[in-house]
Design a protein around this ligand. Structure first.
Ligand code: GFB
Length: 322
């Protein structure tokens, strides 16, 4: 991409989209287009067609999606299915019609079978049953991957699909019903500390393992792949390291300075036991994650404290997390 190329970052108010947007700005790209969901509802085909016809972007980062944690996915499967299918159908098809040079589609580690061998290789796609708590979201994302591959095969479109693990960082969603585990725990520990509570409740058994990637590492990976990867094969992005939820809770407790007890709520679902991505392929191309979990969590916590009133006033789903 040249610095004057027209680049559309779809979902620039979400966790990943915002980080990609800021990264491109810092790199000196001067022709980045963004639209909030109020300005352009990506579920509406007519509006998306019109937008692409007028703007004619050359490159598209498709980071717009309905995303949420285990509870949100389990409670609103229809919304996760419908919104994501509509957004990606509209954007990917319009990118083809308007001759976009390259499009990057974001998937998620939850698209792999629930009982995949670990770490999860890209070739394990569609090798088994999905995790039920996020099946609707995963099916939508699988459709997006297959759509990119089909448009490459039939029309020669340079559309690529990238699979991140659980993402976190400044700009995350802290709505406790809908958030992913990491922002939820930061908020719970922080509020327990300021309210002098004795305990914090962590959902599930604490034994599931998750791989957490700092969003700025993810933004750099997206840019790197936009520049260096042109294939119909999906590609994983990650740290190669995972932690149990209890380990994560202990780190979040330390970072926030909470001194009370952690209680486990076994009535809440665990979800997938483990989803550690094999990242040999992207590492061989030259990209590596840089941020370790404790430093990333500290940075995220600083941002959360600084913008606390803003974050807790938002009752929402995040745009693309993973
Ligand atoms: O991050 P999370 O909501 O989503 O939950 P998934 C990860 C694990 O953390 C689960 C536990 O075992 C939860 O039970 N957990 C503990 C908590 N305490 C909490 C809490 O306070 N809030 C939350 N949310 N979890 C999502 C998928 O799966 O991951 C999405 O549903 C997407 O579709 C995303 O793939 C990356 O990692 O289980």
């Amino acid at each position: 991409m040249n610095l004057s190329d027209k680049i559309y970052v779809a979902g620039h108010n979400g966790l990943v989209g915002n980080s990609i947007f800021k990264f491109l700005q810092n790199e000196g790209f001067i022709n980045i287009i963004t639209k909030s969901s109020k300005e352009l509802d990506l579920r509406n085909k007519a509006l998306v067609d019109e937008f692409f016809r007028i703007e004619k972007p050359q490159f598209v980062f498709l980071a717009a999606a309905k995303v949420g944690g285990i509870h949100a996915n389990n409670t609103f499967p229809a919304d996760f299915y419908y919104d994501n299918i509509c957004i990606q159908n509209n954007v990917i098809h319009a990118a083809y019609v308007n001759k976009v040079e390259k499009l990057l589609f974001l998937g998620s580690s939850c698209i792999y079978p629930k009982n995949s061998p670990q770490p999860i290789c890209e070739s394990y796609l569609l090798n088994g049953y999905l995790e039920p708590t996020n099946e609707a979201y995963a099916i939508a994302k699988l459709a997006g991957i297959k759509m990119c591959q089909a448009y490459r095969q039939q029309y020669g479109c340079n559309f690529i699909s990238v699979m991140p693990p659980n993402l976190y960082g400044p700009g995350d969603n802290y709505d406790l019903d809908n958030a992913h585990v990491l922002p939820a725990l930061l908020r719970k520990f922080h509020e327990a500390k300021i309210n002098n509570s004795e305990t914090v409740t962590v959902w599930g058994s604490g034994t599931p393992k998750r791989e957490f990637l700092f969003v700025e590492d993810m933004a750099l990976a997206c840019y790197f792949l936009m520049e260096n990867y042109n294939s119909n094969a999906i590609i994983n992005v990650g740290t190669g390291i995972d932690h149990t939820i209890l380990q994560l809770a202990e780190i979040a407790k330390k970072v926030t300075g909470f001194t009370g007890q952690i209680i486990l709520d076994a009535n809440k679902p665990d979800g997938t036991p483990r989803k550690l991505l094999m990242v040999d392929k992207i590492n061989a191309l030259g990209w590596f994650a840089k941020m370790d979990l404790e430093t990333g969590l500290s940075k995220t916590y600083e941002d959360f404290k600084t913008n606390y009133e803003y974050y807790i006033s938002k009752k929402q789903f995040s745009s693309q997390g993973a």
